[in-house]
Design a protein around this ligand. Structure first.
Ligand code: NAP
Length: 339
């Protein structure tokens, strides 16, 4: 049964895909953007036929302005907006504060507007960090903040914990759950690339000539969005309080490069074939902020299972091979990578 859903962060990679799937299913969608003057034309261009079924509201995670209007009349919220930068900020509060305060603000205004269901886009960052003794994780695991984790990991963990505590205390009847994606890939819509997509872009445009000894789990943006939509539609008892990781497979960067070479040989001439020695990663991290994150991940396995999500929400994830192929093809088709 279609209704009205607020999707926060409509300009983002995941937010855009959630809006796409909701509109295709007949929902009306309200979405928040930080700067309506800048973003509204781009969103209207993406969904030219949506008309009044798509309403755009200006609302920043750090201000109350616009949130009451955006939530009015909504049946559910998909709270996707959160800062997701490529490099580590000097001050962790640049991420932790907007992620946490923004989530609590979105929850508070949703509750005041009588919204019955709230789906938070959390992350595997809230699951799989701070446990050096473990390499396999699932929806029952929580990142251990006392081990000391990078700011983005902390921001997602604190935001999800705070949201759950807030709901338990202030809105126990609200049906709350989180979607916890691993690194998200898949077709891109425009050149405003999410941090995860930058990795594949750099892999095929030659910016990563050697493969660092680092791995990540892969999930497809279409599956992440579908998990949000299914979490909005599933019976309350299926989703209440749940965590839904979306994840297909853990892959080393060298394995990702190999898949890209096999699946899209015509565009993968620059994908790395040789390993980058760990000492070189450490050296580059002194000058290149994005290498700092890689340095902290050298040799780590963080294999997060998405099986619980497939079972509970009743669908099968797209294979990692297909996802990586589709990522590369869309980066080339949109002219974002010239090969
Ligand atoms: P994205 O494309 O960078 O989207 C982030 C969205 O958040 C944008 O719409 C951005 O708006 C908005 N935002 C950031 N700071 C904001 C603020 N202060 N006020 C209002 N909006 C703000 O990233 P994404 O990959 O779609 O990520 C979306 C969500 O998924 C995030 O919660 C992220 O933590 C989570 N996630 C992503 C991945 C991944 O690999 N991509 C994996 C796990 C979880 P602007 O356009 O105005 O910047």
């Amino acid at each position: 049964m279609a209704g009205t859903v607020l999707v926060t962060g409509g300009t983002g990679y995941i937010g855009g895909e959630v809006i796409d799937q909701l509109l295709a299913k007949g929902y009306a969608v309200n979405t928040t953007v930080r700067n309506a003057t800048k973003s509204e034309p781009r969103l209207r261009e993406r969904w030219p036929d949506a008309g009044d079924r798509l309403k755009i509201f200006q609302a920043d995670l750090m201000s109350d302005e616009g949130w009451a209007e955006a939530n009015a009349g909504c049946d559910a919220v998909a709270h996707v907006a959160s800062p997701f930068p490529l490099s580590i900020p000097k001050d962790k509060d640049e991420l932790v504060v907007p992620a946490t305060e923004g989530t609590l603000r979105a929850l508070r205004f949703a509750h005041e507007a009588g919204v019955k269901r709230f789906v938070q886009t959390s992350s595997a960052a809230a699951i799989a960090y701070g446990h050096p003794e473990k390499d396999h994780f699932d929806y029952t695991d929580w990142t251990n903040l006392s081990a000391g984790v990078p700011p983005y990991i902390e921001s997602k963990t604190v935001a999800e914990r705070s949201a759950r505590d807030w709901v338990a205390k202030h809105a126990p009847d609200m049906v709350f759950c989180s979607i916890n994606p691993v690194a998200v890939f898949g077709p891109v819509y425009n050149d405003d690339l999410s941090t995860s997509i930058e990795l594949v872009k750099k892999m095929i445009d030659g910016s990563i000539p050697l493969a660092p000894n680092m791995g990540i789990c892969v999930t497809d943006v279409r599956d992440v969005a579908e998990a949000h939509v299914r979490a909005i539609e599933a019976p309350a008892e299926t989703v209440r309080g749940q965590r839904f990781p979306t994840s297909v497979k853990f892959l080393w960067i060298r394995e990702m490069a190999q898949i890209v070479r096999e699946r899209v040989p015509e565009y993968s001439g620059k994908a790395p074939t040789r390993p980058m020695p760990d000492w070189l990663v450490r050296l580059l991290a002194l000058f290149m902020p994005e290498m700092q994150q890689i340095k902290g991940e050298l040799g780590n396995v963080r294999d997060v299972s998405g099986k619980h999500t497939e079972d509970a929400l009743g669908f099968t994830f797209i294979s990692a091979e297909q996802t990586l192929e589709d990522t590369v093809r869309s980066l080339v088709a949109k002219g974002i990578v010239k090969v």
